[in-house]
Design a protein. Structure first.
Length: 343
């Protein structure tokens, strides 16, 4: 591993205690709700927050004993923190100059990096003359200019509008693929994490609750937070063959398991009925509508009952069923859409 870290930061009302390992050329995203400890972890890696315990090792060398300015790290902050009085070129050249690189060489390196991120024609521009996407690319070039072994990205797309975010996300993925060091990305946006990262580490309340490849985490969430991120209904239950008991509701799943399991299905797999449907589908229960809201092109119906469920249906279906909050309704989901996996 290029990066091997055990980060312990203790504060009066909060403790971060997580392990992070990153291979050369790998992008690892720290994902979690606000207050989970993501930014604290990043600042600890950068040397901006002191460790209470643990260690940080980079390419076999201890890093946690070094001050921030001596660590071979490049960092892109959420608001980029470009120097307003310097041009884009001089912002990028600043890091090499601080490392003792002669001015001409530092500016040559900066010019090459600006060309790589597609901003050669904006080299003379000051930060106030740059768009949000351009400023983000300058910040990335500045972080890479110090030839870091570890690249840290703190919500690098959060300040961008939706259209710019789409374009810059794609470009950032290409630039990260060309970086041969370790990269740690902090984000609360699941799409940023899924697109940019090779591996996810999900943090809640200062601890790691799940990690793995994006597709694996999305397919098998292990907490309610992760399930909401990837758009699944998630429950804990006890399996006996294809049947999973969730509270008092028996659900039939595609998989055959025994013992404690998670069971999950997408909101779009939930069908709603005004009266008990004919044919008695296996996964069927009665619920009360707790809320109705717009969700993209569909309508999300919040159901309360023996199990709480999100159901995504079309606006036409809402009209046909004449749904309203407080109404009693029947809900079902096909066994083929219901998946179980060990807890």
């Amino acid at each position: 591993m290029t990066l091997d870290a055990h980060l312990v930061v203790t504060r009066p009302a909060f403790t971060l205690d997580i392990a992070i390992s990153v291979r050369a050329g790998e992008v690892v995203a720290l994902l979690g709700p606000n207050g989970a400890g993501k930014t604290t972890a990043l600042r600890a890696l950068a040397g901006l927050t002191r460790l209470s315990g643990g260690h940080i090792t980079l390419r076999g060398r201890p890093l946690h004993t070094l001050p921030a300015e001596s660590r071979p790290i490049g960092m892109v902050f959420q608001d980029y923190l470009l120097f307003p009085h310097l041009s884009a070129l001089d912002n990028v050249a600043f890091g090499p100059r601080c490392q003792g690189v002669p001015k001409a060489e530092a500016r040559r390196v900066a010019a090459e990096l600006l060309e790589r991120v597609g901003l050669a024609d904006r080299a003379a521009a000051r930060p106030r003359q740059l768009s949000g996407g351009q400023a983000q690319r300058v910040a990335l070039a500045r972080a890479l200019a110090v030839r870091p072994e570890l690249l840290l990205l703190d919500e690098p797309l959060a300040a961008l509008d939706a259209h710019t975010r789409l374009e810059i996300r794609s470009g950032l993925r290409r630039h990260l693929a060309d970086f041969d060091g370790a990269t740690v990305l902090v984000t609360h946006d699941p799409l940023d994490a899924m697109v940019l990262a090779d591996r996810l580490i999900v943090i809640e309340n200062g601890a790691v609750v799940q990690q793995g490849a994006p597709a694996e985490v999305a397919r098998r969430p292990r907490t309610d937070y992760v399930a909401r991120l990837v758009g699944l209904n998630l429950y804990r239950g006890t399996a006996d063959g294809h049947q999973v008991k969730v509270g008092e509701v028996p659900l039939h799943a595609s998989e055959q398991l025994t013992g404690p399991v998670f069971v999950a299905f997408p909101p779009g797999a939930v069908a709603l009925y005004r009266s008990r449907p004919d044919g008695s589908p296996r996964n069927l229960w009665q619920a009360r509508i707790d809320g109705i809201e717009r969700h993209g092109d569909n309508v999300r119906v919040h159901l309360d009952g023996p199990i709480a469920v999100f159901a995504d249906i079309t606006p036409a279906a809402v009209a046909d069923l004449d749904l309203s909050p407080g109404q009693r309704i029947w809900a079902s989901v096909k066994a083929t859409e219901t998946h179980a996996y060990p807890a």
